[in-house]
Design a protein around this ligand. Structure first.
Ligand SMILES: Nc1ncnc2c1ncn2[C@@H]1O[C@H](COP(=O)(O)OP(=O)(O)O)[C@@H](O)[C@H]1O
Ligand SMILES: [Mg+2]
Length: 308
Protein backbone atom coordinates (compact mmCIF):
# COMPACT_ATOMS: atom_id res chain seq x y z
CA UNK A 1 0.00 0.00 0.00
CA UNK A 2 1.19 3.47 -0.91
CA UNK A 3 2.18 5.68 2.03
CA UNK A 4 -0.74 7.44 3.60
CA UNK A 5 -0.76 10.95 5.08
CA UNK A 6 -3.22 12.17 7.65
CA UNK A 7 -3.87 15.65 9.02
CA UNK A 8 -4.25 16.30 12.73
CA UNK A 9 -5.35 19.13 15.00
CA UNK A 10 -5.04 18.19 18.65
CA UNK A 11 -5.12 20.47 21.69
CA UNK A 12 -1.68 21.21 23.14
CA UNK A 13 -2.57 22.14 26.74
CA UNK A 14 -3.00 19.66 29.61
CA UNK A 15 -0.49 17.22 28.14
CA UNK A 16 -2.06 17.21 24.67
CA UNK A 17 1.30 17.93 23.00
CA UNK A 18 2.77 14.72 24.42
CA UNK A 19 -0.27 12.71 23.35
CA UNK A 20 0.08 14.08 19.80
CA UNK A 21 3.72 12.97 19.67
CA UNK A 22 2.78 9.45 20.75
CA UNK A 23 0.03 9.20 18.16
CA UNK A 24 2.35 10.47 15.41
CA UNK A 25 5.01 7.93 16.38
CA UNK A 26 2.57 5.01 16.41
CA UNK A 27 1.17 6.05 13.04
CA UNK A 28 4.70 6.30 11.61
CA UNK A 29 5.31 2.70 12.70
CA UNK A 30 2.49 1.80 10.33
CA UNK A 31 3.95 3.93 7.56
CA UNK A 32 1.33 6.65 8.03
CA UNK A 33 2.72 10.18 7.91
CA UNK A 34 1.10 12.92 10.02
CA UNK A 35 0.85 16.62 9.24
CA UNK A 36 0.02 18.12 12.63
CA UNK A 37 -1.15 21.51 13.83
CA UNK A 38 -3.68 22.01 11.05
CA UNK A 39 -5.94 24.72 12.46
CA UNK A 40 -8.62 25.14 9.81
CA UNK A 41 -9.03 28.71 11.01
CA UNK A 42 -6.00 29.39 8.79
CA UNK A 43 -7.18 27.36 5.81
CA UNK A 44 -8.34 28.99 2.60
CA UNK A 45 -10.74 27.42 0.14
CA UNK A 46 -10.18 28.03 -3.56
CA UNK A 47 -12.26 26.21 -6.14
CA UNK A 48 -11.84 22.48 -5.63
CA UNK A 49 -9.24 22.84 -2.90
CA UNK A 50 -9.02 23.64 0.79
CA UNK A 51 -5.47 24.77 1.39
CA UNK A 52 -3.56 25.03 4.65
CA UNK A 53 0.09 26.04 4.73
CA UNK A 54 0.56 25.16 1.07
CA UNK A 55 -1.07 21.74 1.44
CA UNK A 56 -4.19 20.87 -0.52
CA UNK A 57 -5.89 19.05 2.33
CA UNK A 58 -8.55 17.38 0.21
CA UNK A 59 -5.96 16.00 -2.25
CA UNK A 60 -2.94 15.30 -0.10
CA UNK A 61 -4.52 13.88 3.03
CA UNK A 62 -6.22 10.52 3.45
CA UNK A 63 -8.00 11.53 6.64
CA UNK A 64 -8.28 14.46 9.03
CA UNK A 65 -8.28 13.97 12.81
CA UNK A 66 -9.79 17.00 14.57
CA UNK A 67 -9.44 17.05 18.37
CA UNK A 68 -9.29 20.51 19.81
CA UNK A 69 -12.28 21.82 21.73
CA UNK A 70 -10.58 24.87 23.20
CA UNK A 71 -9.59 26.67 20.02
CA UNK A 72 -12.67 26.14 17.88
CA UNK A 73 -13.90 29.13 15.90
CA UNK A 74 -16.95 29.54 13.68
CA UNK A 75 -14.75 29.69 10.59
CA UNK A 76 -12.84 26.58 11.65
CA UNK A 77 -16.02 24.53 12.11
CA UNK A 78 -17.41 25.86 8.83
CA UNK A 79 -14.33 24.57 6.99
CA UNK A 80 -14.51 21.32 9.01
CA UNK A 81 -17.99 20.82 7.62
CA UNK A 82 -16.90 21.58 4.05
CA UNK A 83 -13.81 19.39 4.20
CA UNK A 84 -15.81 16.44 5.49
CA UNK A 85 -17.91 16.58 2.34
CA UNK A 86 -14.86 15.53 0.34
CA UNK A 87 -12.74 13.47 2.74
CA UNK A 88 -13.02 11.26 5.84
CA UNK A 89 -12.77 12.86 9.26
CA UNK A 90 -12.66 11.74 12.87
CA UNK A 91 -15.11 12.59 14.31
CA UNK A 92 -17.34 13.07 11.29
CA UNK A 93 -18.65 16.61 11.07
CA UNK A 94 -22.22 15.35 11.44
CA UNK A 95 -21.57 13.59 14.70
CA UNK A 96 -19.37 16.43 15.94
CA UNK A 97 -22.05 19.03 15.32
CA UNK A 98 -24.77 16.80 16.73
CA UNK A 99 -22.93 16.40 20.03
CA UNK A 100 -22.18 20.13 20.15
CA UNK A 101 -25.93 20.65 20.55
CA UNK A 102 -27.57 19.39 23.71
CA UNK A 103 -31.13 19.53 22.41
CA UNK A 104 -30.36 17.66 19.18
CA UNK A 105 -28.38 15.09 21.16
CA UNK A 106 -31.22 14.55 23.68
CA UNK A 107 -33.71 14.16 20.84
CA UNK A 108 -31.56 11.53 19.14
CA UNK A 109 -30.82 9.69 22.39
CA UNK A 110 -34.47 9.66 23.47
CA UNK A 111 -35.52 8.31 20.09
CA UNK A 112 -33.03 5.48 20.57
CA UNK A 113 -34.63 4.72 23.97
CA UNK A 114 -31.60 5.98 25.90
CA UNK A 115 -32.59 7.70 29.15
CA UNK A 116 -31.82 11.40 29.29
CA UNK A 117 -33.39 14.13 31.47
CA UNK A 118 -36.87 15.07 30.27
CA UNK A 119 -36.64 18.36 28.42
CA UNK A 120 -38.69 21.01 26.71
CA UNK A 121 -37.68 23.34 23.91
CA UNK A 122 -39.84 26.21 22.76
CA UNK A 123 -39.68 29.38 20.67
CA UNK A 124 -38.69 32.46 22.67
CA UNK A 125 -42.21 33.89 22.20
CA UNK A 126 -43.68 30.80 23.87
CA UNK A 127 -42.13 31.47 27.27
CA UNK A 128 -45.46 30.56 28.87
CA UNK A 129 -44.54 26.95 28.06
CA UNK A 130 -41.88 27.22 30.75
CA UNK A 131 -44.50 28.23 33.31
CA UNK A 132 -46.50 25.15 32.43
CA UNK A 133 -43.59 22.79 32.69
CA UNK A 134 -42.22 24.02 36.03
CA UNK A 135 -45.62 23.27 37.58
CA UNK A 136 -45.18 19.70 36.45
CA UNK A 137 -41.48 19.27 37.21
CA UNK A 138 -40.99 21.23 40.41
CA UNK A 139 -37.32 21.98 39.61
CA UNK A 140 -35.62 22.47 36.28
CA UNK A 141 -32.36 23.51 34.67
CA UNK A 142 -32.07 26.19 32.03
CA UNK A 143 -29.28 25.17 29.61
CA UNK A 144 -27.67 26.91 26.67
CA UNK A 145 -27.81 24.18 24.00
CA UNK A 146 -24.22 24.84 22.87
CA UNK A 147 -22.53 25.35 26.25
CA UNK A 148 -19.69 23.51 27.97
CA UNK A 149 -18.07 23.36 31.39
CA UNK A 150 -21.36 23.93 33.16
CA UNK A 151 -21.37 27.54 31.94
CA UNK A 152 -24.72 29.28 31.74
CA UNK A 153 -26.63 26.46 33.44
CA UNK A 154 -29.21 27.87 35.82
CA UNK A 155 -31.17 25.86 38.33
CA UNK A 156 -34.77 27.00 38.58
CA UNK A 157 -36.14 25.91 41.96
CA UNK A 158 -39.74 27.08 41.68
CA UNK A 159 -42.15 29.35 39.81
CA UNK A 160 -40.88 32.42 41.64
CA UNK A 161 -37.31 31.82 40.44
CA UNK A 162 -38.63 31.42 36.91
CA UNK A 163 -40.56 34.70 37.14
CA UNK A 164 -37.36 36.41 38.25
CA UNK A 165 -35.30 34.84 35.49
CA UNK A 166 -37.66 35.44 32.55
CA UNK A 167 -36.90 39.16 32.09
CA UNK A 168 -33.17 38.32 31.87
CA UNK A 169 -33.77 35.54 29.37
CA UNK A 170 -36.02 37.81 27.32
CA UNK A 171 -33.26 40.43 27.19
CA UNK A 172 -30.73 37.97 25.85
CA UNK A 173 -32.17 37.85 22.33
CA UNK A 174 -32.32 34.04 22.29
CA UNK A 175 -34.10 32.17 19.52
CA UNK A 176 -35.48 29.55 21.87
CA UNK A 177 -35.51 28.24 25.42
CA UNK A 178 -34.24 24.80 26.37
CA UNK A 179 -34.96 23.46 29.86
CA UNK A 180 -34.45 20.07 31.48
CA UNK A 181 -36.10 18.47 34.45
CA UNK A 182 -33.72 18.69 37.40
CA UNK A 183 -32.51 15.19 38.23
CA UNK A 184 -32.15 14.38 41.93
CA UNK A 185 -28.72 12.80 42.15
CA UNK A 186 -25.77 12.59 44.52
CA UNK A 187 -23.77 15.36 42.79
CA UNK A 188 -21.36 12.86 41.26
CA UNK A 189 -21.20 11.59 37.71
CA UNK A 190 -19.51 8.96 35.58
CA UNK A 191 -17.46 9.94 32.55
CA UNK A 192 -17.15 6.99 30.19
CA UNK A 193 -14.80 7.22 27.21
CA UNK A 194 -15.51 5.11 24.16
CA UNK A 195 -13.34 4.82 21.04
CA UNK A 196 -14.54 2.92 17.97
CA UNK A 197 -17.22 1.14 20.01
CA UNK A 198 -14.73 -0.04 22.64
CA UNK A 199 -14.70 0.88 26.31
CA UNK A 200 -11.64 2.98 27.17
CA UNK A 201 -12.07 4.38 30.64
CA UNK A 202 -14.30 5.42 33.47
CA UNK A 203 -13.76 8.05 36.11
CA UNK A 204 -16.01 10.07 38.35
CA UNK A 205 -16.45 13.76 38.98
CA UNK A 206 -17.90 15.26 42.12
CA UNK A 207 -19.39 18.73 42.49
CA UNK A 208 -17.93 20.86 45.29
CA UNK A 209 -20.07 21.43 48.39
CA UNK A 210 -21.50 24.71 47.15
CA UNK A 211 -22.50 23.63 43.63
CA UNK A 212 -24.70 21.03 41.95
CA UNK A 213 -22.64 20.82 38.75
CA UNK A 214 -19.82 18.28 38.49
CA UNK A 215 -17.75 20.21 35.92
CA UNK A 216 -14.14 20.95 36.85
CA UNK A 217 -14.69 24.52 35.66
CA UNK A 218 -17.55 24.74 38.17
CA UNK A 219 -15.25 23.62 41.00
CA UNK A 220 -15.79 19.88 40.66
CA UNK A 221 -13.05 17.29 41.14
CA UNK A 222 -12.11 14.03 39.46
CA UNK A 223 -12.01 10.76 41.40
CA UNK A 224 -11.30 7.13 40.60
CA UNK A 225 -14.48 5.22 39.89
CA UNK A 226 -15.20 1.74 38.57
CA UNK A 227 -17.56 1.27 35.66
CA UNK A 228 -20.19 -1.45 35.55
CA UNK A 229 -21.63 -3.37 32.61
CA UNK A 230 -24.82 -1.34 32.55
CA UNK A 231 -23.21 2.09 32.20
CA UNK A 232 -20.65 0.82 29.70
CA UNK A 233 -23.49 -0.55 27.56
CA UNK A 234 -25.36 2.77 27.81
CA UNK A 235 -22.25 4.75 26.85
CA UNK A 236 -21.52 2.50 23.87
CA UNK A 237 -25.07 2.84 22.64
CA UNK A 238 -25.01 6.64 23.10
CA UNK A 239 -21.85 6.84 20.96
CA UNK A 240 -23.30 4.51 18.36
CA UNK A 241 -26.53 6.44 17.86
CA UNK A 242 -24.81 9.84 17.82
CA UNK A 243 -22.27 8.44 15.35
CA UNK A 244 -19.13 9.53 17.18
CA UNK A 245 -15.99 7.43 16.66
CA UNK A 246 -14.63 8.99 19.85
CA UNK A 247 -16.98 10.04 22.63
CA UNK A 248 -17.04 10.84 26.34
CA UNK A 249 -20.45 10.14 27.84
CA UNK A 250 -21.61 11.93 31.01
CA UNK A 251 -23.88 9.74 33.10
CA UNK A 252 -25.60 10.34 36.45
CA UNK A 253 -27.81 8.15 38.60
CA UNK A 254 -31.39 9.35 39.03
CA UNK A 255 -32.38 8.64 42.63
CA UNK A 256 -36.10 8.98 41.97
CA UNK A 257 -36.37 6.79 38.89
CA UNK A 258 -33.50 4.60 40.11
CA UNK A 259 -31.81 4.46 36.74
CA UNK A 260 -28.82 5.85 34.88
CA UNK A 261 -29.34 8.96 32.82
CA UNK A 262 -27.13 10.27 30.00
CA UNK A 263 -26.52 14.01 30.33
CA UNK A 264 -24.49 14.51 27.20
CA UNK A 265 -22.01 13.05 24.74
CA UNK A 266 -18.74 14.95 24.41
CA UNK A 267 -17.16 14.63 20.97
CA UNK A 268 -13.70 15.71 22.14
CA UNK A 269 -13.20 14.10 25.55
CA UNK A 270 -9.83 15.03 27.02
CA UNK A 271 -7.04 12.57 27.63
CA UNK A 272 -5.96 12.21 31.27
CA UNK A 273 -3.78 15.17 32.25
CA UNK A 274 -0.35 14.51 33.80
CA UNK A 275 -1.86 15.28 37.25
CA UNK A 276 -4.75 12.87 36.67
CA UNK A 277 -2.30 10.22 35.51
CA UNK A 278 -0.51 10.57 38.85
CA UNK A 279 -3.88 9.97 40.56
CA UNK A 280 -4.07 6.64 38.78
CA UNK A 281 -6.02 7.42 35.60
CA UNK A 282 -3.96 5.31 33.26
CA UNK A 283 -6.15 5.02 30.17
CA UNK A 284 -4.15 7.23 27.78
CA UNK A 285 -2.14 4.45 26.14
CA UNK A 286 -5.23 2.35 25.55
CA UNK A 287 -7.03 5.33 24.06
CA UNK A 288 -4.08 6.16 21.81
CA UNK A 289 -3.91 2.57 20.57
CA UNK A 290 -7.62 2.52 19.70
CA UNK A 291 -7.40 5.89 17.96
CA UNK A 292 -4.38 4.77 15.91
CA UNK A 293 -6.24 1.58 14.88
CA UNK A 294 -9.24 3.69 13.95
CA UNK A 295 -7.19 6.15 11.87
CA UNK A 296 -5.41 3.25 10.18
CA UNK A 297 -8.70 1.64 9.19
CA UNK A 298 -10.54 4.77 8.12
CA UNK A 299 -7.65 6.23 6.13
CA UNK A 300 -7.64 3.24 3.79
CA UNK A 301 -10.58 4.65 1.89
CA UNK A 302 -9.40 7.35 -0.44
CA UNK A 303 -12.49 8.72 -2.15
CA UNK A 304 -10.71 11.51 -4.01
CA UNK A 305 -7.51 9.80 -4.93
CA UNK A 306 -9.25 6.75 -6.27
CA UNK A 307 -10.62 8.76 -9.16
CA UNK A 308 -7.35 10.43 -10.10
N1 LIG B 1 -30.97 17.89 34.26
C1 LIG B 1 -30.02 17.97 35.20
N2 LIG B 1 -30.29 17.69 36.49
C2 LIG B 1 -29.33 17.78 37.44
N3 LIG B 1 -28.06 18.15 37.20
C3 LIG B 1 -27.72 18.43 35.94
C4 LIG B 1 -28.67 18.37 34.87
N4 LIG B 1 -28.05 18.71 33.73
C5 LIG B 1 -26.78 18.98 34.05
N5 LIG B 1 -26.55 18.82 35.38
C6 LIG B 1 -25.27 19.06 36.07
O1 LIG B 1 -24.60 20.09 35.36
C7 LIG B 1 -23.38 19.61 34.78
C8 LIG B 1 -23.19 20.18 33.38
O2 LIG B 1 -24.22 19.75 32.52
P1 LIG B 1 -23.97 19.19 31.05
O3 LIG B 1 -25.28 18.93 30.44
O4 LIG B 1 -23.00 18.05 31.11
O5 LIG B 1 -23.33 20.46 30.29
P2 LIG B 1 -21.82 20.94 30.06
O6 LIG B 1 -21.60 20.80 28.60
O7 LIG B 1 -21.79 22.35 30.51
O8 LIG B 1 -20.91 20.00 30.84
C9 LIG B 1 -23.50 18.10 34.79
O9 LIG B 1 -22.21 17.49 34.87
C10 LIG B 1 -24.35 17.84 36.03
O10 LIG B 1 -23.53 17.88 37.19
MG1 LIG C 1 -20.88 17.86 30.70
Amino acid sequence: MEQRTIGMWLYTNGGGDKIAKKIIKKLAERDIKTVSGINLRHAIARNSNIVHNGIKLNKELDLFFSYNAGEQTQYQTYIYQALNRVMPMINSYDSFSLTEDKFHTSLVLKNAAIQTPDYKLCHRDDGHELKKIIKKWDKMVYKPTDGWGGLGLTKIENEATLDMLMPFLNQMDLRYFYVEKFIEYDNTDFRIDIVDGEFVSCYGRKANETDWRTNITAGGSVFMREANDEIVAIAKKACEVTGVDIGGVDIIYDREKEEYIVLEVNGIPAFATPEQEKMGLDFNDKKIKLIVDLIDRKSRKRPNKASE
